[in-house]
Design a binder for this molecule. Structure first.
Ligand SMILES: Cc1ncc(COP(=O)(O)O)c(C=O)c1O
Length: 399
């Protein structure tokens, strides 16, 4: 089918809840993808952060191929070796927690919210979250999200969420009451504009939780699995969470989420208290194990840290060149370029030249490149981005 035919098909048959770019993708590999017209794109935002080891990583492809011929789905009435092995990886790479598997980030956060409430007496049901956070689109996760634009049209929200400014320990301390069950934060805000908190923020939250007997839930859906140059973003600090949520990259490009909890906390999730039919489907679990194997075998954490410096250097050079770049932020392969003007036209100008990036919070250009990205690909991406920025600059001069 031709591109226009597919777009027409969508307008007839697919609900229009996404703002889509008018491009039909037919194939992708590493940090590159191709559309139905044969045009190649460099993808610095592969799968909204899901394709952390690049599109169609060969180890992930092989693991899926091997698994589908043996066992595609089996429900959680039974045990599988695959689920146990993935849980062991998360246990060993993280804080010795036990895993509950689901299918998305929102579901992982739903599980965390339910667990935090179950683990504390009924009078303690409130969860403190932060402004500009993003935790997902289901009712609990959406209500936890501290952005009114995400709530609009869906009120009344699930009660019990209290929002405080991000990176503000005093505000959290003031919000803690005898009714508080948990604090839920992203170690770095992603959708909020790649906001990196001060070094004392997570340790300060840990202390507050310990002093008040409440749970610290870290939403590592966007930051987890190696994105920030550590397996989990909290590992840059000396603290550990009580509960951590994962999704996006966890499946190597297939849909899986996980909630990992300290065993004594996890014990509050008894049979019948929570479940999902597809949780830990063997195919996505095999993909997830292969993704972690790829990161270890190919030393991708080292590459992520190396390429992070390379990309941030290039972004800072752009900041010298273009007055409308206000700030460059990043940790590992989570990069934000804050502008003093809307970013959408720049995203469009880059796409027309064959570069895919994202814009969040209207003015923050965001890149979540694959851990396999190479310097040659970064050079090409930044030369396209420079042209897109020049186009914006020339329009500013003429208006
Ligand atoms: C930090 C964070 N939490 C949760 C979610 C929701 O994940 P999903 O879209 O898989 O439900 C996202 C998605 O962008 C996210 O960035």
């Amino acid at each position: 089918m031709k591109t226009q035919e597919i777009l027409d098909l969508y307008s007839r048959c697919v609900i229009g809840n996404y703002t889509r770019l008018p491009v039909v993708i037919v194939r992708a590999e590493g940090s590159q993808m191709w559309d139905a017209e044969g045009k190649r794109y460099l993808d610095l935002f592969p799968g909204w952060g899901c394709s952390l080891v690049g599109h169609c990583h060969p180890r992930v492809v092989e693991a899926i191929r091997n698994q589908v011929g043996r066992l595609i789905h089996i429900d959680n009435t039974f045990y599988t070796e695959e689920q146990g092995r993935l849980a062991e990886i998360l246990h060993d790479k993280g804080f010795g927690g036990q895993s509950y598997f689901c299918n998305s980030g929102a579901e992982a956060n739903e599980a965390a919210i339910k667990l935090a409430r179950r683990h504390t007496p009924p009078s303690r049901y409130k969860i403190i979250t932060t402004e500009k956070s993003f935790h997902g689109r289901t009712y609990g996760a959406m209500s936890a999200t501290g952005q009114s634009k995400t709530h609009q049209g869906h009120e009344p929200l699930v009660p019990g969420f209290v929002y405080v400014p991000y990176n503000d320990l005093d505000a959290v301390a003031k919000a803690v009451t005898a009714e508080t069950a948990a604090i839920l934060v992203e170690p770095i805000q992603g959708e909020g504009g790649v906001r990196i908190p001060d070094d004392n923020y997570l340790p300060g939250l840990r202390e507050l939780c310990d002093d008040n007997g409440i749970q610290l839930i870290l939403d590592e859906v966007q930051t987890g699995c190696g994105r920030t140059g550590q397996c989990f973003a909290y590992q840059r600090t000396s603290i550990e969470p009580d509960i951590m949520t994962l999704a996006k990259a966890l499946g190597g490009g297939t849909p899986i989420g996980a909630m990992v909890a300290r065993p004594d906390v996890a014990a509050s999730l008894k049979p019948g208290s929570h479940a999902t039919t597809y949780g830990a489907n063997p195919v996505v679990v095999a993909a997830s194990i292969a993704m972690f194997e790829a990161i270890d075998a190919e030393k991708l954490l080292d590459n992520a840290n190396h390429m992070s410096c390379y990309i941030l250097d290039k972004a800072r050079q752009l900041q010298q060149q273009f007055g409308f770049i206000e700030a460059v932020r990043g940790r590992g392969l989570m990069i934000g370029i804050e502008l003093s003007l809307p970013g959408a036209p720049i995203v469009a100008a880059a796409l027309s030249r064959g570069l895919r990036i994202n814009c969040t919070q209207e003015t923050v250009l965001r890149m979540l490149p694959a851990m396999t990205i190479t310097p040659v690909e970064v050079d090409e991406a930044f030369s396209i981005l420079t042209e897109a920025l020049q186009e914006t600059e020339s329009k500013l001069v003429t208006t």
